[in-house]
Design a protein around this ligand. Structure first.
Ligand code: NAD
Length: 502
């Protein structure tokens, strides 16, 4: 079996405790590699390396132009190695190679985009009332950033954090998901080969409790950027709060795809099916609730089920495969448990609902569609993170908004309509960080992304988000050669009035 080690201070190092975890290929269902089962001692080493790099001449001492150049080179390295990194991700999480390759190619753009901002970080001279003062701000990096990533899109979700953090001059300690660590380790080595100085990017692998938690608790970690589920995100938030460290949290969703009777139903059905079945529904913005206007309910269900029936599941490396396996064994069990729960709650199974062993040796579940769902059921409220769609009818715009917003989450929402006024009214009324009209699941490095309500704190993407990795220092400089006493003339007892020290 292949064995991987942590990447700390520019080289691969075994975990201090010498323990390893097996990592499974979800298509074969077999363990293929060992990754470090690290501990707080490894986190300490990585944070110390990142803290040294943060102050080092090789990183802190370089110009903004050189930092921009580093990020551009990193973007080029990711693009050059996109095929290799995509293959590593497929082996780790079972998503199709086609999808991962496209993702990796786009991931390169994040480094280019934020590299372009590295030399545009400026302060301001402020027109304060005190005219004998020069007052200005400096935008400074925060320090060591702890980055904790999930298994569904490891390198892309890492870039959302790492690109702005490096562009701002920070350094990083990354804790990838224990299910998908190998691509992140390879990426760190590629970044180092591309010239990123030792210690700027460090990767420590292992379990959430044993590595993620000590990272979130670490007093020398200036900020935590996290993507994952609400439970672990809350634990990270609590740890950071204990030492008053800032966080960016990208969490789960139960996103509605809302189809009005005036929509192009064929196009809407394609968008709805892609929104929930692409990546086997293992996407934070999976459109897992189809809210459909009552008069087109049956027509939409028929169309979506027809697409679900036509999806080819199988080897994620095969170019004809539409959907690969579920990424992890616990997730596979959870999806099947959610399907059983929906049946118990009285939902009607319109399609799917079973494991699909014929698709391959690994972890396959049929694309699943439930009708007869009400928005109050657990299957309509809880994130499944799998290929399970709930169909819920609505009467009019007001009803659609009420149902869409009746959720603890607020990550994404799709609106399918031929009425432009309605599209904008819905966009304004939806409690979601991203609204897609007659399209779905679009993201870009140029556009902010993040959640309302329990879907997260902060945004990733967009030029402004570099500020999430900077802090402002205000500097006041007295231009006079004396400090005007606020007390008026005071004869300081026992001290002779003196001029300036020579
Ligand atoms: P997860 O929360 O189980 O794990 C995410 C990461 O957190 C992993 O690296 C894990 O080891 C670590 N972790 C777990 N417990 C921890 C703890 N107590 N302290 C510190 N770290 C801990 O999530 P997952 O199952 O890997 O990913 C699926 C979840 O991620 C879904 O809820 C999905 O919606 C969410 N997600 C959100 C976005 C987004 O941008 N909003 C994107 C992708 C995935």
């Amino acid at each position: 079996m292949d064995r991987f080690d942590n990447f700390i201070d520019g080289r691969f190092v075994p975990p201090v405790g010498g323990a390893y975890l097996e990592t499974e290929n979800p298509f074969t269902g077999k363990a293929w590699a060992l990754i470090p089962r690290s501990s707080a001692a490894d986190v300490d080493e990585a944070v110390a390396a990142a803290a040294r790099a943060f102050r080092s001449p090789a990183w802190a001492g370089i110009s903004a132009t050189d930092r921009a150049r580093h990020l551009r080179r990193l973007g080029e390295a990711v693009a050059d190695h996109a095929a290799e990194l995509a293959e590593a991700e497929v082996r780790d999480n079972g998503k199709t190679y086609k999808e991962m390759l496209k993702q990796l190619q786009n991931t390169a753009e994040w480094y280019h985009f934020f590299g372009g901002l590295a030399d545009k970080i400026t302060g301001e001279v402020l027109p304060v009332d005190a005219k004998d003062h020069l007052t200005y701000t400096r935008a400074e990096p925060l320090g060591v950033i702890g980055m904790i990533t999930p298994w569904n899109s490891p390198l892309r979700l890492l870039a959302w954090k790492l690109a702005p953090a490096l562009a701002a001059g920070n350094t990083a300690v990354i804790k990838p998901s224990e299910f998908t660590s190998t691509a992140t380790l390879r990426f760190a080595a590629i970044a180092h080969e591309a010239g990123i100085p030792a210690g700027v990017i460090n990767v420590v692998c292992g379990l959430g409790q044993e590595v993620g938690q000590p990272l979130a608790d670490h007093r020398d970690v200036a900020k935590i950027a996290f993507t994952g589920g609400v439970g672990s995100g809350t634990a990270v938030y609590v740890s950071a709060a204990r030492r008053l460290a800032p966080v960016t949290l990208e969490l789960g969703g139960k996103s509605p795809n809302i189809v009005f009777a005036d929509a192009n139903l064929d196009s809407a059905a394609t968008g709805v099916a892609a929104g929930i079945f692409a990546s086997g529904g293992q996407s934070c913005v999976a459109g897992s609730r189809l809210l459909v206007q009552r008069e087109v309910h049956d027509a939409m269900v028929e169309r979506v089920v027809a697409i679900a029936r036509g999806l080819r599941m199988g080897d994620p490396m095969h170019p004809d495969t539409h959907v690969g396996p579920v990424a992890t064994r616990p997730q596979y069990e959870r999806i099947l448990a959610c399907i059983a729960m929906a049946l118990d709650e009285g939902a009607h199974l319109a399609h799917g609902g079973k494991p699909l062993d014929a698709a391959g040796p690994g972890l396959f579940i049929e694309p699943t569609v439930f009708t007869n769902v009400s928005n109050g059921m657990r299957i309509a409220q809880e994130e499944v993170f799998g290929p399970v769609l709930c169909v819920i009818p609505f009467s009019d715009e007001e009803d659609a908004l009420r149902l869409a917003n009746d959720s603890a989450f607020g990550l994404g929402a799709g609106v399918w309509t031929g009425n432009i006024g309605r599209a904008h009214r819905m966009a304004a009324g939806l409690q979601a960080g991203s609204v897609w009209v007659n399209t779905y699941r679009m993201t870009s490095q140029i556009v902010p992304f993040g959640g309302y309500k329990a879907s997260g704190i902060g945004r990733e993407g967009g030029a402004d988000m570099i500020k999430a990795y900077l802090q402002t220092k205000s500097v006041w400089v007295n231009l006079n050669d004396h400090f005007a006493s606020p007390f008026g003339p005071v004869q300081a007892a026992g001290v002779q009035a003196a001029g300036r020290a020579q």
